[in-house]
Design a protein around this ligand. Sequence first.
Ligand code: IMP
Length: 440
Amino acid sequence: MTVTIVGAQLGDEGKGGVVDLFGDAADVVVRYQGGDNAGHTVVAGGEEYKLSLVPSGVVRGKTGVLGNGCVVNPETLFEEVDALRERGLDPDVRLAKRAHVILPFHRELDGAEEAAKADSDQEIGTTGRGIGPTYEDKVGRRGVRVGDLLNEDALRERLEYLVDAKRAVYEDIYGFDAEDADGAFDFDAVFEQCLAYADRIREEDLAVNAGDYLADRIADGDEVMLEGAQGTSLDIDHGNFPYVTSSNPTAGYAATGSGLGPTTVGQGEVVGIVKGYLSRVGSGPMPTELDGDLAEYIRDEGGEYGTVTGRPRRVGWLDIPMLRHAARVSGFTGIAINHLDVLAGIDEVKVGHAYERDGETIETLPATTENWDECEPVLKTFDGWAEFDPETVAEEGYEALPSEAQAYVEYVEGELDTPAYVLGVGPGREESIVRQNPFE
Ligand code: IMP
């Protein structure tokens, strides 16, 4: 069967930890979208691993697949694989031949567009990893795929067009000098670089027809976990456009981005990952945003600094309309609520239960960002809970969680009409209350 993990908010919900927790029962962990804009921290055997591209399951000896819906920077892939090997692991990674490749000029163009937008305060606050420009070239039918790297003639033909086209955009639209971009727009340099990527992909036999590969593994009885990166409100279709990433973290794309059928994904479970409050990196509305001492307290307690960029994250109360939207879009069969420990010790914990806009009360996310920006949260207040020992609570189970925290959890379950399979009460793998493992 499959279990799909989807971020229910704005990324950084602690998906890596849940993937790690359930991943024990999985044989294969698949990323189906995004690239090295994601950040996962996995603690295993007392060691901390920070990964942005390679599926975190490889740390525990699972096969990690980068599906066709991903955009892959081979530099990051090789660096992460090398770093894992240096630490004594033998990561088993497969790369979809249909996945698009992030090339050096994509990263340059990401920065150039952000700089151009900054003049009118319209920047997205991207991670600068070239994600948007690579997906643009995919949809524009001019990108380079992993399979193209392995065919020198096809590669040359594609790059001849692509490098020229991108150089023109960089210089004529954004006004930069391509000569200053460290060879990123130089055909010979990019071509050589691609051939070197191809050599290593061939040597290590990384490239697969991912859909076929996964279907075979399922036919052999293997369990597959599909790991979404980012979160629902960063989804290019269902998020708050334009402050989004350029792919679909929501569950529908688990099928498209892996090559498995929607029926295969739909017969499995879809688990939405919720952080007990809200955080956001980058621009865009956030009706429940907090500032001042309380924001700083939560940011520090929760370690709310970007894994990829190190930027301090904006923080706010849990936004229930955002979660109702996420639960509907992805059809959650279960949820995990993380970071309940971070809220411990706060006198009153609030949630944005609904929004008010133009005298109207609304319970789900407006479809346009401008309307969302005009929303005032209708807050609901819960009694706070005292600090607790995460390991004891995790060991003794749900009943050991302070009753005020239980009331909070049950409210969220009720609003989403979805059971909480897991409650995260600390950063370690052992610091989770597991009420149901979707693989069992
Ligand atoms: P991009 O994906 O680099 O194009 O960035 C687009 C938006 O998505 C920015 O607001 C980023 O901060 C945000 N974003 C991308 N990846 C992540 C992530 O893994 N966690 C949280 N935010 C992310």
